[in-house]
Write a protein of this length. Structure first.
Lengths: 186, 197
């Protein structure tokens, strides 16, 4: 993959501006704070794409909370070719049994990763587990999983920025944009 | 045929009609989603005597999700026919959940997984193992049995990727035998019944 030195040059259009994202994250934070009032929450973020969202969201939640991070292998990754099965690359640091867990995702696309993660986390006996996703792309959904806290529903386009990458690049863009086809067709 | 309940070696022996289907099965396996390949044929058109004229066998069934998936990575002309079949299927079997996965969806999936280089090899006619079934051709004949018989007619692999892929390396004889067995089984299962009107 060849990308420009100026990352913005590879963006066909800005789908969600920095301001729109900030406002939505604040709104989600208020809702979560209200819904979990009086309880202690554990936010579980899925590396790497959810990092910026997690960092912003946790600061918009007015509750005592813990955070934890997970990473799972993605289909097509070279490290997983031998087994052909999804693997937990980084597991939770602390137990979640009996705790209220909110799984924080950057984007729900096919739902395959989320489906796997939810099954895995439910096996650890949390008191409750819900899903918060900044972006919901329903066009290619295979596994219908309710998203308890959804930020934006987005069209069927390849999006980058605010944690989302293509070939590990573009995660640091402050907005969510549509990648120019030339960037991945070349 | 079922997916995750069988050893991987056994699954690798299955014959898929199209390289994209084999790739899709691998993705489902990767995320540990149970699947069955063409487990059911649905009659969608009958003559006045109740004989099945046209049927449709979605590519995958995901039993845990109660969802059928049809992959369509072929030419637009054939996509229109498949769209029509899916519409008909939904009319006749309203409780059945089916999702059509178009070429653009498959392409996006490959892009997402960093396998965009495979797209051209796994899509369209390049990815086909055999000729598409009569059910998708202009002939529209064949009914239940004809569908798979033609679908799995053995041909040389046209994609270099498919040719080197153990999933797609099934012998002609095995594919033909599998097709015959399935055709007989399905023909028996869907033998003339009351047409749904």
């Amino acid at each position: 993959m060849k990308h420009s030195q100026d990352l913005k040059a590879d963006v066909a259009e800005i789908l969600l501006s920095e301001e729109q994202i900030r406002a939505k994250v604040a709104e989600l934070g208020r809702r979560i704070s209200a819904d979990y009032a009086g309880r202690e929450l554990t936010l579980v973020s899925v590396l790497k794409g959810s990092l910026p969202f997690m960092a912003d969201l946790m600061r918009q939640i007015d509750l005592p909370l813990r955070i934890d991070l997970m990473e799972v292998s993605s289909y097509g990754g070279t490290s997983t070719e031998s087994s052909g099965l999804v693997r937990i690359l980084k597991d939770l640091s602390s137990p979640i049994d009996g705790r209220d867990v909110l799984l924080v995702e950057d984007i729900i696309d096919t739902g395959l990763t989320l489906n796997y993660l939810l099954r895995y986390l439910r096996g650890k006996n949390p008191q409750s587990i819900k899903v918060c996703a900044l972006l919901d792309k329903p066009a290619r959904r295979l596994v219908d999983i309710p998203i308890d806290y959804a930020g934006f529903q987005i069209p069927d386009a390849f999006v980058i920025g605010y944690g989302l990458d293509f070939g590990e690049v573009y995660r640091n863009l402050r907005f969510v944009g549509v990648l120019r086809p030339e960037a991945y067709e070349s | 045929m079922s997916g995750t309940d069988l050893p991987r070696d056994a699954r690798a022996a299955y014959s898929f009609a199209h390289a994209s289907e084999a790739e899709f099965a691998r993705i489902l396996d990767f995320y540990q989603v149970a699947w069955e390949y063409e487990p059911q044929v649905f009659p969608i058109l009958w003559d006045l005597d109740g004989n099945v004229l046209e049927s449709f066998a979605p590519d995958f069934y995901l039993p845990d999700l109660e969802l059928f998936i049809e992959l369509t990575t072929l030419q637009q002309r054939l996509v229109r026919k498949k769209n029509r079949k899916v519409r008909r299927l939904r009319e006749l079997y309203p409780n059945l959940r089916i999702k059509l996965f178009y070429a653009r969806d498959f392409r996006a999936l490959m892009l997402k997984y960093g396998r965009s280089a495979l797209v051209s090899e796994l899509s369209g006619t390049l990815g086909q193992v055999g000729p598409r079934p009569a059910a998708e051709s202009d002939a529209q004949a064949g009914g239940t049995a004809g569908h798979d018989t033609l679908r799995l007619e053995p041909l040389e692999l046209s994609s270099s990727t498919a040719a080197g892929d153990p999933v797609m390396r099934t012998s002609r004889a095995r594919r033909a035998r599998d097709a015959r067995r399935r055709a007989v089984r399905r023909a028996a299962a869907s033998a003339p019944s009351s047409p749904i009107t």
